[in-house]
Design a protein around this ligand. Structure first.
Ligand code: 13P
Length: 287
């Protein structure tokens, strides 16, 4: 059964580790993340962007697929199905479809509007026991065609949004989605410490988990980060494994590639990447 992310994140914050959110794009991706979590006895969060939601037919299809896998793969570790960077309408659609966790990203609105919309969702999620992630200060890079500037969040605004009763808070601290450029200044730990100071026990979320050093990850966890999102790194390893398979030319004479065999190396590559991240985040054997 899908669970809210609340208990797993509170446990992670208290135990000084982070739960990974791995974004899913198709059946193979989902199966790879779930099996890796089970094999490593780790809690896990499946992230779904609105673009991935559309690609996979819609939110109800995803809920059906994930619930089916939980049962038929005998997944017993805690799993949350989470909307990633949701719009207000997307958040409502996922609540109705049966997601167990929602991110409403109101960071591009003026703070008053972000607060008003987040407040409406706090009430809706509370009734249903769904966890809610809010965002202050946009994350840089590109996500589903939206390009952010990588700003650092205002700690006072973070406190205002945390006080609304959300489950977790994503705050920009110089992080960006996708690969970090050569001249990246690194995470702003001064900003993170100032935010932590204001929001107290609120579990914090680090977006843009691809390419952040182990040292920075550990420091972020020590300053209250309890959830780390990873997407690009799984895409890159999937792409590389699939490319290699095609280059090796193991197609069937006149029939083309067997689709199940074609996707198998990418599936294994995602499993390896997810395990590596779970080790880095410290979530193994924390289910
Ligand atoms: P990366 O694509 O940089 O791993 O970031 C993922 C993310 O933050 C999803 O919200």
């Amino acid at each position: 059964m899908l669970v809210s992310a609340k208990d797993m994140l509170n446990k992670a914050r208290d135990g000084k580790y982070a739960v990974g959110q791995f974004n899913i794009n198709n059946l193979e991706w989902t199966k790879a993340v779930l099996l890796t979590a089970q094999e490593n006895n780790s809690p896990v969060i499946l992230g779904v962007s609105e673009g991935a939601g559309k690609y996979m037919c819609g939110y109800k299809t995803i809920v059906g697929m994930v619930n089916g896998m939980l049962e038929e793969l005998n997944i017993t570790v805690p799993v949350a199905l989470h909307l990633d960077h949701g719009s207000f309408d997307g958040a409502k659609a996922c609540i109705n479809a049966g997601f167990s966790s929602i991110m409403f990203d109101g960071s591009h609105y003026p703070i008053e509007e972000n607060i008003a919309k987040t407040t409406a969702l706090v009430n809706a999620c509370d009734v249903l026991g769904i966890s809610l992630e809010a965002e202050v200060g946009s994350i840089g890079g590109e996500e589903d065609g939206v390009v952010g500037t990588g700003e650092c969040a205002d700690p006072d605004e973070c406190k205002m949004v945390a006080d609304l009763g959300v489950t977790m808070l994503a705050a920009g601290i110089g992080n960006i989605h996708g690969k970090y450029p050569e001249n990246w200044a690194g995470l702003s730990f001064d900003t993170l410490a100032a935010i932590k100071d204001k929001v107290g026990d609120m579990p914090l979320v680090l977006h843009g988990g691809t390419g952040i050093s182990g040292e920075m990850i550990q420091k972020a966890i020590s300053l209250g980060v309890a959830k780390i999102n990873v997407n690009t790194e799984c895409q890159l390893t999937f792409q590389e494994a699939t490319r290699k398979y095609i280059e090796e030319g193991k197609d069937r004479e006149g029939k083309g590639f067997d689709p199940r065999k074609l996707l198998a190396p990418g599936f294994e590559a995602i499993k390896a990447t997810v395990k590596e991240k779970m080790e880095l985040f410290g979530s193994i054997n924390k289910a």
